[in-house]
Design a protein around this ligand. Structure first.
Ligand SMILES: [Zn+2]
Length: 349
């Protein structure tokens, strides 16, 4: 009898411990000995600079492969770099953005009803993937119709880039458009790559800003240093993924620079925003959990759809890779390498 009572009391103590733990997560950690606002600020400013530089390096790396003369004529290297980049984007969706969203929308800081009664993350991610498909297919058919009427009038689609033929290797076959208008098809494929690169950048933005916000809003000197180091690798790797997609979009230099700049600025911007809002922004407040959780869920659906359909399937089902099993195996190794590396980053940010 006495031992039973002891067991029950231990159980109750354990339960209250769990509950207070869950509760304290939603409150401010004001009694954290590591908290030091004046010491944290210079660390954050160093973080902004270092992350900005590493992001630029990461996103520029795949773009530089193009200007190395020894590498640029080698088309299989181009395909392999793209496969590596696609793997990174896929892992960003599956391993970073989607789990983040699950964590946020299932957080104990949110009301039980409705947040714990229905898997909102999966639902929103699914809807977002369907919506991406809708936009993808509608935009393609509008472009095709417009393009065909131009072709019928005897007009010609302007092909501005010489390397475009390399880029147009994949996808054409997969999406099943062969209207005999070779240039039209190439132009369409290129346009597709350009849209993909831009939408991907938007899909990544939410995650990049949110991880920056976390650093900016925190005054915990003990965690900022390792977190900034992790974010440097994170942004560098993710930058390589995006860089690979910018590479195949064949942008002109000005636009390329704009895309590189826009991506590189996101996490530093998040940190700056976090510093500015550190008084009002609470990572665990219901409104920020819901907003960021839903945004993350929709970018997860978008990233996963685009990585699988527009990047991986388009390339692997395209004539270039279908023509060589050896190149396919190399490319799969690159996909696994990219996806594996980005998955490892999920340990920290
Ligand atoms: Zn991440």
């Amino acid at each position: 009898m006495a031992s039973n009572l002891k067991m029950v009391s231990i159980f109750i103590i354990f339960l209250t411990f769990l509950c207070t733990n869950a509760l304290s997560q939603c409150e401010d950690a004001t009694n954290n000995p590591c908290n030091n606002k004046s010491k944290a600020l210079p660390l954050k400013i160093i973080g902004i600079t270092v992350i900005l530089i590493t992001s630029i390096i990461g996103v520029s790396l795949p773009l530089i492969t193009r200007s190395i003369p020894a590498l640029s004529p080698d088309r299989s290297l181009f395909v392999i770099v793209k496969a590596f980049a696609s793997g990174i984007i896929l892992a960003t969706g599956f391993m970073h953005v989607l789990p983040d969203s699950f964590d946020m929308l299932r957080s104990s800081c949110l009301a039980d009803n409705p947040w714990h009664k229905f898997p909102f993350t999966g639902f929103v991610a699914m809807l977002s993937a369907i919506f991406t498909l809708v936009v993808d297919s509608m935009a393609t058919s509008v472009y095709t119709t417009k393009n065909n009427s131009v072709a019928a009038e005897g007009g010609e689609v302007v092909v501005e880039d010489r390397e475009m033929a390399v880029a147009s290797g994949g996808g054409m076959h997969f999406h099943g458009h062969s209207h005999g208008q070779q240039k039209g098809a190439i132009g369409q494929q290129l346009l597709r790559y350009r849209v993909v690169a831009m939408v991907l950048e938007l899909g990544i933005v939410v995650h990049s800003i949110v991880i920056g916000l976390g650093v900016g809003a925190s005054n915990d000197v003990c965690t900022i240093k390792p977190l900034v180091a992790a974010l440097c690798f994170h942004q560098m790797f993710e930058g390589m993924g995006l860089g690979g997609c910018i590479l195949q979009a064949e942008y002109k230099t000005v636009k390329k620079v704009a895309m590189v700049f826009f991506f590189s600025i996101t996490t530093p911007f998040g940190i700056a925003l976090g510093i500015a809002l550190s008084k009002t922004y609470k990572e665990n407040s219901p409104s920020s959990l819901i907003t960021v959780g839903l945004l993350n869920a929709s970018s997860a659906g978008l990233l996963i759809y685009m990585a699988l359909v527009d990047l991986l399937a388009a390339d692997f089902m395209g004539p270039k890779l279908q023509g060589s099993i050896k190149l396919q195996i190399k490319s799969y190794a690159a996909v696994l390498l990219g996806a594996g590396g980005m998955s490892l980053m999920a340990k920290w940010a």
